[in-house]
Write a protein that binds this ligand. Sequence first.
Ligand SMILES: [Mg+2]
Length: 234
Amino acid sequence: MKPEFIFFDIDNTLLDHSSAEASAQREIYSQFTELQQVAVDEWLDSYKEINNGLWLQYQNGAIGREQLQRTRFEETMASLGILSERSDEIGKRYMEVYREYWCWIDGAEEALEEISGRYPVGFITNGFLETQHKKIEQMELTRFSNLFIISEEIGVMKPHQKVFDTAAEKAGKLHESILYVGDSYSSDIIGGKNAGWKTAWFTALIEETIENSTADFCFEEYPVLVNFLNGVKV
Ligand SMILES: [Mg+2]
C-alpha cells in the first residue's frame, strides 16, 4: 500500500546525533581540565551509560528535563571519582557546543528533498523542546514540512500512543495510511506498529540487533528507502 503520509524521527534517523554528541563531549573534555583525570574514552563511555539510564527515567516520567540535564554530568563525574563544582557549568556548555556539531546523516537530506516532493511529510521527536526548535531552525527543516510533533509539548514520549494519535490527527490521516521512519526499535518501530502505522527501520547507527523485527521495511542507506518508496505499488 502506498503511504499517504510519511513521518520521520529526527535524531539518529535524519541528523547524526551520536557523532554530534561524541564530538561535543570531546570538546568539553578538552575545555574542562578536571575531566582529564580519566582517559577521554572512559569519560565518553561513562557519560553515555549514565545519560542512557537517566533518559529512560525521563522517558518514563520519573524525572524532568532539568533534572536530567543537571544530573547527567554530576553523576558521571561522581562515578569516575572526579570532584568538581562545575558540573552545572559543564552541562550548560555542553548544550551550546553540541549545537555546533549538528549534521545530516549521509544521504538523508537528499532523500528528504526527493521524498517530500512526492509525499506529504512531518517529524516526530522525543528530544528537548528548546533544543529541537533550534535544530529545526539551524538545519532548516521547515523546507520540507511545518508539521513537527515534539513529545515535550504533548506531555508523553514515544512509544506512547498519544504521540502517534496526535501526529495522525494533525496530519489528517488514518493510522494505517501513515509510514514512520525511525532508528529506535523500542520507540519508533514498536510505537508505530502499536499505533497501526507502517514502519521503516533505519538500522545504520543502531548497536543492537533484533531477531524477528516487526518493521515493514529495513534500510541502512537512504537511496534504498527512496527506491522503495518510488517503487511502491498503489
Ligand atoms: Mg532517533
